[in-house]
Design a binder for this molecule. Structure first.
Ligand SMILES: Nc1ncnc2c1ncn2[C@@H]1O[C@H](COP(=O)(O)OP(=O)(O)OP(=O)(O)O)[C@@H](O)[C@H]1O
Ligand SMILES: [Mg+2]
Length: 256
């Protein structure tokens, strides 16, 4: 049975897609069978994992959610990973599904493939709407990347509120995997202050602050631009090394 981790934060550009991608690469290196689900209409994860997500393809996560295709029919086996791609069609879900049970669409879609994988990673959009509620309803745990800025941290209170709502209504077993500080620069005061503030906030919210932090590095961006596995593209890069440590920490915590 696959463990399902969702990477989420309603703030844009905090490193959700990057984290989902590189975690998947790290798990594959450790011999895990991994499925990535792009659950963001922007389709960034599809791009970085070499999936074909052109609208005319008709085999995205949207088509699985609508029941037009079996879930297995939407899985692309790229050189990097198995991935269910997404594109702007996914944003239609908000308007097309308004009735009861709409929060269970993704969970129901993933059920038939749970036994094919060790890990399923879901990348989510920068919003707290029905897509994020679906991702939380389908997942076992939620990883929350934050950038070292105060607004990013304040957003966690709202994000945790959505998590608690979902726990009450559609997924009692959902747990916070932890807060992950990305774009970290140990020598900059802002990063240090935010780390302390994050520790306090994590304590108040009852969420773990992960030991691992991800340092800022352009190589992480370059690996994605070139649609490559970061561990192969920049094996000695410090941020890529940080992601390796993160995989180990999350495995150690039983999350992955
Ligand atoms: N550790 C890092 N160091 C430097 N740049 C990074 C790092 N992590 C991510 N980036 C870059 O920051 C930008 C935003 O990252 P990413 O797309 O992963 O964020 P996101 O939270 O998924 O954004 P969105 O909310 O739009 O989906 C990208 O250009 C990415 O390459
Ligand atoms: Mg993203």
């Amino acid at each position: 049975m696959a463990k399902i981790l969702c990477v989420s934060n309603q703030k844009g550009g905090v490193g959700k897609t990057t984290t989902t991608n590189i975690l998947a690469m790290g798990l594959r290196k450790r011999g895990r069978r991994v499925l990535c689900v792009d659950f963001d209409p922007q389709g960034d994860l599809s791009f970085s994992l070499q999936a074909d997500n052109r609208v005319e393809m008709q085999n995205s996560i949207y088509h699985a959610l609508k029941g037009e295709l079996l879930t297995v029919q939407t899985i692309q086996h790229t050189r990097l990973c198995d991935v269910i791609p997404s594109n702007m069609l996914l944003s239609g879900i908000e308007l097309e599904f308004t009735g009861r049970g709409r929060e269970f669409l993704l969970r129901n879609c993933l059920r038939p493939v749970l036994n094919l994988y060790d890990n399923i990673l879901i990348d989510s959009p920068p919003a707290l709407g029905i897509l994020t509620v679906n991702a939380f309803t389908a997942a076992d745990t939620v990883l929350m990347p934050v950038k070292p800025d105060i607004y990013s941290l304040q957003g966690l209170i709202q994000l945790n509120g959505t998590l608690e709502e979902v726990r009450k209504k559609s997924n009692p077993k959902i747990q916070a995997a932890g807060i992950l500080i990305t774009h970290f620069a140990a020598r900059e005061n802002a990063s240090k202050v935010i780390q302390e503030t994050a520790r306090d906030l994590a304590g108040r919210l009852g969420i773990p602050l992960l030991q691992s932090t991800i340092r800022r590095s352009n190589e992480v961006t370059n690996a994605q631009i070139h649609r490559e596995d970061a561990f192969a593209y920049a094996p000695r890069n410090k941020a890529v090394g940080d992601y390796g440590a993160l995989v180990d920490e999350l495995i150690g915590r039983g999350v992955l």
